[in-house]
Design a protein around this ligand. Structure first.
Ligand SMILES: Cc1cc2nc3c(=O)[nH]c(=O)nc-3n(C[C@H](O)[C@H](O)[C@H](O)COP(=O)(O)OP(=O)(O)OC[C@H]3O[C@@H](n4cnc5c(N)ncnc54)[C@H](O)[C@@H]3O)c2cc1C
Length: 438
């Protein structure tokens, strides 16, 4: 059977979910294929104002897709500083990664980040200087069923749509995951940690401090927080900490307040953007009056019980493939969930170029299942390792140690073609080694 799409080389791609994974996948594939994205929410879904850190692995890929950090006021992060609950600096780690990995890591507002990905997925091709057509967005339309072998999805209005490829990027609580994984499909589990997330305006926080007659804490002084990711440890044994970093050209700060769930409010919910209890947040994280004032200046408080997912036995069935949190949800303790989602989406380049980077090859409908399996063969082991590394950090709550140990693993990734070439080299070397031993 030939392609379902009109042009010979063009596949019809259906993407489920317009989160960070789905939109990046849409941008990658729109250059060569006809892409439709189904989103159960509206255009502004999941655009909570909190921050996100994109590491060098994510930045390298986004740069190749025309991502414009300046449009969203992305702030490069050069340092990681740790303070104790008495505001004494206990550690500082250099994160000037440009020399080592060619790019920086950035803090950005999550909603801005998604808006820019949306632009890359849907802007006219001429604006982006690329070929192909913009992805078609279909909002307020949940995908409620999937036939992975045929590539047919059932939509919430009862209609169906058929594609050559179905990319399932429906997030941590993926409804479609079991249709790909089959019986015994794991579900995301709570990890025993919760987070209150706020984005604080620098001006409002400074006003709140001066209204209270308080000097800025040392970590809130511009010399300390400029281009820095800061980690505030709670009182000893509390298992509470706050991470903060600048957004939007330093005018906002993301503050993620993490605590062991057993001491958290029972009202924390599983929803992405659940409203958090401001009073509880200030009670748990108000060990310093200045910190309390700064957190209290946030316009909205969101809360989230951190969850992750066991490594799945497979990500693909027929012509459907899981990516993003649907495939490998992890806690944010290494700041890599979205980065791994971007890496997954980049892996879909094999649907354009096959194993020949830079070239475009003819793709036929019948090639799709094997190509998806080849992408999975790179992505599934790497994300399994990312989840395992994040879990180690999670158990010890030693974030800075985790960063130091894992930076090279995370940041040195150079995309699917480089990963395949590395694997081939490794396998050839192993074979040579075996021959020598015989
Ligand atoms: C507190 C916190 C902080 C984080 N910080 C970082 C960080 O600094 N760096 C980092 O790399 N990662 C971070 N992450 C992780 C990152 O946010 C996730 O890994 C990322 O959002 C996953 O993207 P996704 O597209 O797979 O899922 P999502 O962003 O959840 O998107 C899924 C989309 O699918 C839609 N959808 C769901 N079901 C259906 C359906 N049946 N039909 C149609 N549409 C559907 C949803 O509405 C949604 O739009 C953080 C996570 C948390 C909780």
């Amino acid at each position: 059977m030939g392609s379902l799409s009109s042009s010979d080389n063009e596949l019809k791609v259906l993407i489920v979910g317009s989160g960070l994974a789905g939109l990046t996948a849409a941008r990658v594939l729109r250059e060569h294929h006809a892409v439709t994205v189904y989103e159960r929410g509206d255009a502004a879904v999941a655009t909570g104002g909190q921050g996100i850190v994109i590491g060098c692995n994510g930045t390298k890929i986004l740069d190749t897709l025309g991502y414009d950090g300046a449009r969203v006021g992305a702030v490069p992060l050069y340092r990681f500083s740790v303070f104790d609950c008495r505001n004494q600096k206990t550690e500082e780690t250099d994160m000037r990664f440009r020399e080592r990995y060619g790019v920086d890591m950035f803090g950005q507002k999550r909603s801005d980040f998604r808006d820019e990905l949306m632009r890359l997925a849907t802007a006219p091709s001429v604006e982006l200087g690329i070929k192909g057509e913009p992805a078609q967005m279909v909002y307020n339309t949940a995908v409620v069923g999937l036939d992975p072998e045929e590539g047919v999805v059932t939509l919430s209005d009862g209609s169906t749509a058929a594609g050559d490829v179905v990319i399932v990027a429906d997030g941590v609580h993926s409804r479609l995951r079991p249709t790909i994984v089959g019986e015994g499909c794991p579900q995301a589990k709570k990890t025993g940690l919760s987070v209150y997330r706020v984005a604080v305006s620098l001006d409002e926080a400074n006003r709140a401090l001066s209204d209270g007659g308080l000097p800025p804490p040392p970590w809130w002084q511009p010399a300390a927080h400029r281009n820095a990711q800061i980690f505030l440890n709670g009182p000893e044994g509390s298992r509470r900490f706050v991470t903060l970093y600048p957004l939007r050209n330093h005018t906002y700060f993301n503050m993620s307040c993490i605590l062991a769930t057993q001491t958290s409010s029972k009202s924390t919910t599983e929803s992405w953007n659940a409203d958090g209890d401001r009073g509880k947040m200030l009670e748990y994280f108000g060990w310093d009056e200045g910190l309390k004032r700064i957190l209290g200046a946030a316009a909205e408080v969101k809360t989230w019980e951190l969850q992750d997912l066991e490594t799945l036995p497979t990500w693909t069935r027929g012509r459907a493939m899981l990516i993003g949190d649907a495939a490998h949800a992890m806690t944010p303790l290494q700041g890599q969930g979205a980065n791994m989602s971007i890496e997954d989406a980049e892996g879909l380049r094999l649907l354009i170029a096959g194993d020949a980077p830079g070239e475009e090859t003819t793709m036929r409908r019948e090639d799709v299942p094997a190509i998806l399996r080849r992408i999975e063969s790179v992505r599934r082991p790497r994300t399994a390792s990312a989840v395992a590394r994040t879990r180690v950090t999670h158990a010890s709550l030693s974030i800075s140690e985790g960063f130091r140990k894992n930076n090279e693993f995370f940041m040195s990734y150079n995309g699917i073609h480089a990963a395949l070439a590395d694997r081939e080299t490794r396998e050839a070397e192993e074979q040579q080694q075996e021959v020598k031993l015989e």
